[in-house]
Design a protein around this ligand. Structure first.
Ligand code: ATP
Ligand code: MG
Length: 205
């Protein structure tokens, strides 16, 4: 073990006391006790959807129900879908998308799917037993103008005061970013796909 002399311990105590004072002052400055947050996970790096499900888990831990709408149906059956199924009706899970636009190649079908998904989202947002709604890949539906941006942003802004909403997907629209309380941009520093590694079970799906 490293030996710490008296002097060093005293300097550390003073430094930490100062830091605590700064921290306490910062906490005292926060006056809004509770607020339903509009959260956006965007950017080119990995982790947008998985971070949203991390919040879902956190909310479930507090005994609140969670709603999930997936706007783009992925190619794979995902592990998280089965894992959340174990929570029974505490999770309302709806995969509504038709797959990526370059896979369906049918714009009419994509728009109809996006509208059906949005209708489900509105329904979940109106359910008072739900504490968090995850709108996975809603940004993709907005990017391709499958949904009316103004209508969607207005509805998200008018959420219940105690409802948290997470929107995921690359290329979040500036208007959505402006309306949000918390926006995280995932940066792609390095990704194994570039090195030719296929999607891994438990990591990608
Ligand atoms: P995840 O679902 O793993 O949290 P994500 O939601 O951030 O990922 P999406 O844009 O939804 O990312 O893409 C879904 C898939 O694409 C995931 O399997 C992910 O591993 C992969 N992916 C994400 N970022 C990159 C990247 N920068 N390069 C290549 N593939 C990526
Ligand atoms: Mg995603």
């Amino acid at each position: 073990m490293t030996k710490i002399d008296e002097d060093e311990a005293r300097r550390h105590r003073i430094k930490m006391a100062k830091r605590k004072a700064v921290q306490d002052a910062e906490v005292a400055g926060k006056t809004i006790a509770e607020k339903g947050l509009l959260i956006v996970n965007t950017g080119p790096g990995k982790g947008k959807t998985t971070a949203a499900f991390g919040l879902a888990l956190r909310m479930l831990g507090h005994g609140r129900r969670v709603g999930v709408v997936q706007f783009v149906k992925g190619a794979w059956h995902t592990g998280e879908k089965d894992a959340f199924a174990a929570f029974g009706d505490r999770v309302a899970w709806h995969t509504m998308g038709e797959g990526f636009t370059w896979e369906t190649q049918d714009i009419g079908r994509d728009i109809a799917a996006a509208e059906a998904a949005w209708a489900k989202a509105v329904e979940l947002m109106g359910d008072p037993s739900i504490g968090l709604v995850v709108l996975d890949e809603l940004n993709i539906a907005l990017r391709y103008d499958y949904l009316d941006l103004g209508k969607v942003v207005d509805a998200l802004k008018q959420r219940r005061g105690d409802l948290h909403i997470v929107v995921t997907g690359r290329n979040a629209k500036p208007r959505l970013i402006e309306a949000a309380d918390l926006v995280t941009e995932m940066g792609a520093v390095k990704h194994h796909f570039t090195a030719g590694v296929k999607a891994q079970k438990g990591i990608e799906f």
